[in-house]
Design a protein around this ligand. Structure first.
Ligand code: AMP
Length: 402
């Protein structure tokens, strides 16, 4: 019987899962991956094997009773058909915010859940959804070990100065500081750099995680020294629907002059801004690219996205004192040939030179010449959660044995 880990990534109406074989000493091996979406409404379930072959699909029509709890119990029951071969031994969760309390993955118990709940105000649109399956598992599968893995933890290596806001000292002491996110993705990229180009693993590398959420991370010798996201997942680059960095004065203007409530203002900045807000059309880069030739607003949104990425990379080059490598990852970074080409064109001053033909085929190395190198590397946040979960469990077993 093979022990397996379940990796969960919960959103407001979705639950993504992956199941990994946990063989002694080997890297966790993906067996199944799937998704529940439309939870609370017309829920849909799909599960595939590691090669992407669809194994099963199901839709619950008009069933507003299919929420996260029903989805999770459905997953447990789906897995039980393989009980002779595979046994779930732990669940690893993606948790957006670990605050100052959690600088590494942690085995969940009641006190951890309570401390994670205290962090909800720091990530009000993400953290509650991440915590829900943790609570459900504690209630419905008591005794199942759970590990929380944080998007913030990878950035703990940053200097005090890099994490400071220029705010009164007591605010820093109460936790108002730059944390940074997408850490599970940066952790993965950092872990595989040596397989792509050993020199980069020890160099000055900027990773561009460009998906529906987007940020940049400056790596020196594989660890984070600066990143574009700050206190919340709203800062830095413009994203699919989030505004990225804006003058804080805009928020006061929205509240005082436009008479928006804090919740309404938050909704504008998180859900109606970014590529969607500027284009008035879509948050999806594929749609915007499809319309850019004929729709000036779609083109403007893309131009703004590329401009801001290029400018922020310039800022991280300064933080690193130079650049040896640039890595593109996540949905847009891995797939959008034009975004990569436009960003690289704006960075010609660093010596980065695009190999246009290789960029069109997806790389992985898309630069030419003797200057800094540019790579396309698919990210794998779930594998990092599986690795971290296993490492916490290993520590727990060692403790029990001693
Ligand atoms: P993610 O959040 O990492 O799943 O990335 C989602 C973003 O990736 C969306 O803006 C998609 O439009 C974009 N994306 C996915 N596939 C492609 C593609 N083939 N070409 C351009 N953009 C893509």
């Amino acid at each position: 019987m093979t022990p397996v880990l379940i990796v969960l990534n919960a959103g407001s109406s979705s639950l993504k899962f992956q199941v990994y074989d946990m063989l002694d000493g080997a890297e966790p091996q993906l067996v199944w991956k799937g998704l529940y979406e439309g939870l609370g409404d017309t829920a849909h379930f799909i599960v595939k094997d590691a090669d992407g072959t669809i194994l099963e699909e199901k839709t619950w029509v008009g069933g507003n009773q299919t929420g996260h709890e029903e989805a999770l119990m459905h997953l447990v029951s789906w897995l039980s058909q393989f009980r002779e071969e595979r046994k779930p031994v732990a669940i690893g969760h993606r948790v957006v915010h670990g605050g100052e309390t959690f600088s590494a993955p942690v085995l969940v118990d009641e006190s951890v859940v309570q401390r994670l709940e205290l962090l909800v105000p720091l990530a009000p649109l993400h953290q509650p959804h991440n915590l829900e399956p943790i609570r459900i598992v504690r209630r419905r599968l008591p005794g199942m070990p759970q590990v929380a893995c944080f998007d913030t933890a990878f950035h703990q290596t940053q200097s005090d100065i890099a994490t400071l806001f220029a705010l009164p000292r007591e605010m820093r002491e109460s936790g108002v500081r730059r944390y940074g996110f997408h850490g599970l993705s940066y952790d993965y990229i950092s872990s595989v750099l040596k397989d792509y180009e050993p020199r980069l693993a020890e160099g000055r590398v900027i990773v561009a995680h460009l998906g529906n959420g987007a940020s940049l991370c400056a790596l020196k010798d594989g660890v984070s020294v600066a990143t574009t996201m700050g206190f919340s997942a709203l800062d830095g680059l413009p994203m699919g629907t989030r505004c990225g960095a804006i003058d804080a004065g805009v928020v006061f203007y929205m509240l005082r002059e436009m008479k928006l409530s804090p919740d309404e203002a938050e909704g504008v900045l998180y859900k109606r801004s970014g590529l969607l807000g500027v284009s008035g059309l879509s948050n999806d880069m594929r749609v915007l690219r499809g319309h850019a030739a004929t729709n000036a607003d779609a083109k403007r949104a893309i131009d703004m996205f590329v401009y801001r990425i290029t400018r922020e990379i310039g800022s991280l080059v300064a933080a690193l004192g130079g650049i040896d490598g640039l890595v593109f990852t996540a949905g847009i970074g891995e797939n959008d040939v034009a975004t990569r080409a436009e960003v690289m064109a704006g960075l010609a001053w660093t010596g980065l030179t695009l190999d246009d033909a290789i960029n069109r085929t997806g790389g992985p190395c898309i630069s030419s010449g003797d200057g800094p190198m540019a790579w396309v590397i698919p990210t794998n946040e779930e594998l990092v959660i599986a690795r971290q979960t296993r490492s916490v469990l290993g520590g727990m077993q060692a403790k029990l044995a001693s």
